[in-house]
Ligand binder design. Structure first.
Ligand SMILES: Nc1ncnc2c1ncn2[C@@H]1O[C@H](COP(=O)(O)OP(=O)(O)OP(=O)(O)O)[C@@H](O)[C@H]1O
Ligand SMILES: [Mg+2]
Length: 229
């Protein structure tokens, strides 16, 4: 079954104003549950714009987006917020961590916001996840004392905290050396394999894209190719 189904999606920034910019043109594709896919394109091509829409972080202007069989346009604010917290794990281009807080505090935040999970389980889940991303010894370290690759792992653990169906990562290896980048990609693939999480990664790195098994290319807001390797 398709986890994501977008059809004829159009996105404008500042619609109707003098500074209007038509960022996405007729975007249509499906991503199956359990798939790993890469989104490639030069700077400014529309990757973050598209990921933000798929992750319920931004709206679109025309077309349809069905997530897990449901029409996203019909969601109210409450449903959108619940999906942001539980269905989607978002690893942002700039990590988006609270640097003055510890690894544990960052990873536990989405669980505290969830509201349905008790404190004991939050502690256990965070410890498990932080171990899974290889940072067991850093559990109570401040996040600004970690390396870039380690911070990226914290961002991934936080994105996985509520067991999302879809993990979105916006250039997760852009700031890393190639060895560390490889380890981060392996981590995404492991989460996909072991938890069945669907993974969508925006990247400039051909090796990252190849590891994903499916590559969608975007140019000037249009999908120009989409192939499974
Ligand atoms: N808030 C905004 N208002 C107006 N235009 C925007 C806004 N955000 C992005 N854009 C424009 O939309 C286009 C796509 O931007 P986007 O951030 O999606 O690119 P990207 O592919 O993620 O690039 P990069 O690889 O540099 O992150 C760019 O031309 C950008 O200037
Ligand atoms: Mg971007």
């Amino acid at each position: 079954m398709s986890l994501i189904e977008v059809k004829d999606l159009e996105k404008y920034y500042n619609r109707g104003k003098g500074s209007e910019f038509h960022a996405l043109h007729g975007i249509s594709f499906e991503i199956e549950a359990g798939e790993t896919a890469a989104l490639m394109g030069v700077s400014g091509s529309g990757k973050t714009t598209l990921l933000n829409i798929l992750g319920f972080m931004d709206s679109f202007d025309e077309g349809t987006y069905r997530f897990d069989g449901e029409d996203v346009s019909a969601f109210g604010e409450r449903a959108l917020a619940a999906h942001r917290n539980r269905s989607i794990g978002f690893v942002m281009q700039s990590f988006g961590l609270i640097l003055s807080q510890t690894v544990y505090e960052n990873v536990s935040l989405p669980l505290l916001l969830n509201g349905d999970i008790g404190f004991g389980e939050i502690k256990q889940r965070c410890a498990d996840l932080i171990g899974e991303v290889g940072l067991k010894e850093k559990l109570h370290s401040r996040t600004d004392e970690l390396s870039g690759g380690q911070q990226q792992r914290v961002a991934i653990a936080r994105a996985m905290a509520n067991g999302p169906k879809l993990l979105i990562a916006d250039e997760p290896t852009g700031a890393l050396d190639s060895t560390t980048a490889g380890e981060i990609v392996d981590l995404f693939l492991k989460l996909n394999r072991e938890r069945g999480t669907t993974v969508l990664i925006a990247t400039h790195d051909e090796r990252v894209a190849e590891a994903c098994g499916r590559v969608m290319r975007i140019e000037d807001g249009r999908i120009v190719s989409d192939r499974r390797l």
